[in-house]
Design a protein around this ligand. Structure first.
Ligand SMILES: Cc1cc2nc3c(=O)[nH]c(=O)nc-3n(C[C@H](O)[C@H](O)[C@H](O)COP(=O)(O)OP(=O)(O)OC[C@H]3O[C@@H](n4cnc5c(N)ncnc54)[C@H](O)[C@@H]3O)c2cc1C
Length: 397
């Protein structure tokens, strides 16, 4: 590729950054690429529920970046971005390293959003990364040896809340009384109808209590306060898991440094940051002008990573390229141990067959991410031959 003097710098190696880095390297093998991430391991977030239930082992869903990138011939640096000077094209990191860039791709993902609600940051568990997973796992395991019917609240009736509720109920049958609190009048209100109906059945079957039209006002060490049309109710709690929303992970940006929309970096349909044509933002941290309704998912993040790699040469030459277009390949929801629901591309499927199809569909996507992840994921590759027909349907990218 012409006119490149320095490595392409990618900060954040989740679904967006990893896909972009590997696709770009595949297209231009001699191009120098530097990937920086604050963590040592990739995390395949949709499989975090299966790590919790021990249906897969932790290392299968969290391969080491160093292995993935060295296999691909890409340089990996573990460091945490703390500041960007767009004017001087310099990145600053937590160990005071400074790095100049010619082309920058930012993809640092999301963090939980507690919406400044009193006590949430201090008194809730989260389920967004490997640290949250380990912390929650420790609490749940420790609870096994103490009294049963502990009061567990999950705030947020989106996919994370529902998947987590079903999984925890199946692992710890009588240990917890599970309540899902949702502010709207139905769970999964942004998801496919089929998946919502299957989820409602799964929750009912497991006697998981769903509290609709209710918002959390405060979480203390021992209580959770919920506001609904009947007023404010304060309930005893043993644990609250917060899955009520995410916000972009942008702590390295100064206020008003660049244009944002809904708190996320605004990019054009070439995924370029306004007024900084050599800088791109992809995945959960960005919003595309005119495509504000796109879901915040791995599916979108990976498609953006692939799209940017395919157009990169044209973009740096200042030539026209095709704008990003999202292809909705359907959605999958895990519903307890060994069960799931799938909807999209004209196919709906639920129960055990959907569970097997879901893991096979993920397996079919893994080689796109990395060969090392593929070889590590023995669990996912079992029974591959049975589900060839589902692999023809592309759900996760
Ligand atoms: C439990 C769970 C289940 C999910 N299930 C699904 C699903 O079934 N289907 C689906 O499509 N989506 C799912 N999602 C959403 C999906 O995981 C995200 O949309 C996706 O991970 C976004 O990709 P990303 O690359 O933008 O961010 P991420 O994948 O989060 O990657 C961000 C990377 O940036 C790094 N980073 C952050 N800050 C810095 C910094 N300052 N310096 C250096 N590195 C940094 C992080 O360590 C991380 O590796 C799920 C999310 C969760 C939490």
């Amino acid at each position: 590729m012409k006119s490149i003097q320095k490595p392409i710098v990618i900060v954040g190696a989740g679904f967006a950054g990893m896909t972009f880095a590997l696709s770009l390297k595949n297209l231009y093998p001699s191009l120098p690429i530097l990937v920086v991430d604050s963590e040592p391991n990739f995390i395949f977030k949709p499989l975090m529920y299966e790590v919790l239930s021990k249906e897969i082992r932790s290392w299968e869903a969290t391969p080491k970046f160093a292995n993935i990138f060295s296999d691909a011939g890409i340089t990996f640096l573990r460091n945490c971005l703390t500041k960007i000077s767009f004017k001087d094209s310099i990145l600053e990191f937590s160990d005071e390293l400074k790095l100049s860039y010619q082309y920058l791709v930012i993809c640092t993902g999301s963090i939980p959003n507690s919406f400044f609600i009193k006590g949430v940051d201090e008194n809730c568990y989260f389920f967004n990364d490997v640290h949250d997973l380990n912390k929650l796992n420790s609490f749940l395991k420790e609870s096994q040896d103490t009294a049963s019917h502990k009061k567990l609240f999950i705030v947020g009736g989106g996919p994370s809340g529902i998947e987590l509720a079903c999984k925890i109920k199946d692992i710890y049958t009588d240990q917890f009384e599970i309540n899902v609190i949702e502010k709207s009048n139905e769970i999964l209100n942004k998801n496919k109808i089929f998946n919502r109906e299957q989820s409602e059945k799964a929750l009912e079957k497991r006697k998981i209590n769903v509290i609709l039209n209710s918002t959390v006002k405060e979480v203390s060490e021992t209580k959770i306060s919920i506001s609904s049309e009947v007023g404010i109710t304060s309930l005893d709690k043993d644990i609250v898991i917060w899955t009520a929303g995410v916000k972009p992970n942008l702590s390295f940006l100064e206020t008003d440094q660049i244009t944002k929309k809904f708190g996320r970096i605004l990019v054009n349909n070439n995924l370029q940051i306004e007024n900084h044509k050599n800088c791109f933002a992809i995945g959960d941290i960005s919003v595309i002008e005119g495509m504000e309704d796109l879901p915040i998912t791995a599916q979108v993040a990976m498609q953006e990573g692939n799209h940017l790699a395919n157009n990169f040469e044209l973009l740096i030459q200042g030539k026209d390229s095709l704008p990003f277009e999202f292809q909705d390949n359907g959605e999958m929801i895990s519903l307890g141990i060994g069960e799931a629901s799938i909807s999209g591309l004209g196919v709906t499927l639920s129960g055990k067959l959907a569970f097997e199809a879901r893991r096979l569909i993920y397996a079919s996507k893994l080689p796109d991410i990395t060969e090392s992840l593929k070889s590590a994921s023995s669990w996912i590759f079992e029974k591959k031959s049975i589900f060839k027909k589902f692999l023809k349907k592309d759900y996760s990218n």
